[in-house]
Ligand binder design. Structure first.
Ligand code: TXA
Ligand code: MG
Length: 325
């Protein structure tokens, strides 16, 4: 299949109506979208990404107008969160109606839903008149794409079209919140800082460890991986991993390891965590393409979007954890 990149939203809508999977920009990361109400179309997402069927998808809507066609029993805390953070990088896991096929939710009774804020994605959603199921547009387990070229790198030949909406402004996937019987729970740290969620739901739980039960919320431990060895920790710990190997270094700003790095990706000279987050996955893609043997990611401050970056970096490095910190 020939994969084209362009900004023709009408063409993208047409392909989606025909049941194709199309890559689309959002403010968080690029998604691989299909008509969420059409199981055959959704199956193409799983095929193109080589994603296992036990990992459920989230759906995207242009507004809350038709929300109740797709989800029900919305808790009060969910209403408050959507009132403040939609459109934006927040996914709410809610009870689904029968309009959402099982392939989307991996057989769960719940489905993740969000209203994204990227203008091209909103325009596309309005044209489609059906929700778009869309996971991040990377091969399963690999680094999430924050530009159309990142998508092309991984999905070339597997999908007909990539809508180019520029660099993603947030650069990390949405924060995911669910409402199990234990109470409101963060399943994935993401584009909305924990502190901001807590300002609305003060006693929210955090449970982001789902590798033991992948059909349940959240994410697998090994994820976001580059294709070369990746280590994560503070500068002191990372120093011990170098062992004469050439390395790319990803750090928030200056680093004591900077002089020794063949390739140093400083995410924000001013150490601004939001700016850094918007560049994080791009840096990981670059480090992966660089002519260095390994990738070192220096720990971020444990606050704001630093937490979500630490989470991604920990998972990106988990294959190499035996030798790491
Ligand atoms: O920012 C985002 O959320 C991006 C853009 C494209 O919107 N999408 C995204 O999708 O990151 P994906 O599939 O890469 O990650 C969604 C996560 C998965 O780890 C999945 O396990 C979890 O959401 N998830 C989906 N439905 C769920 C459900 N019903 N209960 C718990 N977790 C769910
Ligand atoms: Mg993903």
């Amino acid at each position: 299949m020939n994969t084209l990149i362009g900004n023709d939203i009408s063409l993208a809508a047409e392909l989606l109506k025909q049941g194709e999977a199309v890559a689309i920009p959002t403010e968080t990361v690029y998604g691989l979208a299909a008509n969420a109400t059409n199981p055959q179309a959704v199956a193409k997402i799983f095929a193109a990404k080589e994603r296992p069927f036990f990992d459920p998808l989230i759906i995207h809507l242009p507004s809350t107008d038709h929300l109740l066609e797709y989800v029900m029993d919305i808790p009060e805390q969910a209403e408050s969160l959507m009132g403040i953070f939609w459109p934006g990088p927040l996914t709410l896991v809610l009870n689904k109606t029968s309009v959402i096929p099982d392939i989307v939710s991996s057989g769960l009774d719940t489905v993740g839903v969000r209203i994204p804020s990227h203008p091209m994605m909103l325009e596309l959603l309005q044209k489609c008149q059906f929700p778009l199921a869309a996971p991040s547009a990377n091969l399963f387990g690999r680094t999430s794409p924050t530009s159309a070229n990142h998508v092309m790198d991984q999905l070339n030949g597997r999908i007909p079209y990539i809508v180019d909406g520029g660099q993603c402004l947030v650069g990390l996937e949405s924060t995911i919140v669910g409402f199990p019987k234990e109470g409101a729970t963060i399943y994935r740290l993401g584009g909305i800082p924990l502190e901001e969620i807590q300002s609305v739901v003060p006693n929210i739980r955090i449970d982001t460890h789902s590798s033991s039960n992948p059909s349940a919320p959240g994410m697998l431990t090994a994820h976001y991986a580059a294709t070369k060895p990746t280590y994560f920790g503070n500068a002191e710990m990372l120093k011990n991993q170098i062992k004469n190997r050439s390395f790319s270094l990803i750090s928030l700003s200056e680093s004591s390891l900077g002089d020794r790095a063949e390739h140093h990706l400083q995410l924000s000279r001013e150490a601004n965590l939001n700016d850094a987050a918007s560049r994080f996955f791009h840096a990981l893609h670059e480090a992966n393409h660089a002519h260095t043997e390994i990738i070192l990611i220096e720990e971020f401050p444990d606050e704001g979007l630093g937490r979500a970056m630490n989470d991604r970096a920990r998972r990106a490095s988990s294959r190499d954890r035996d030798q790491t910190v």
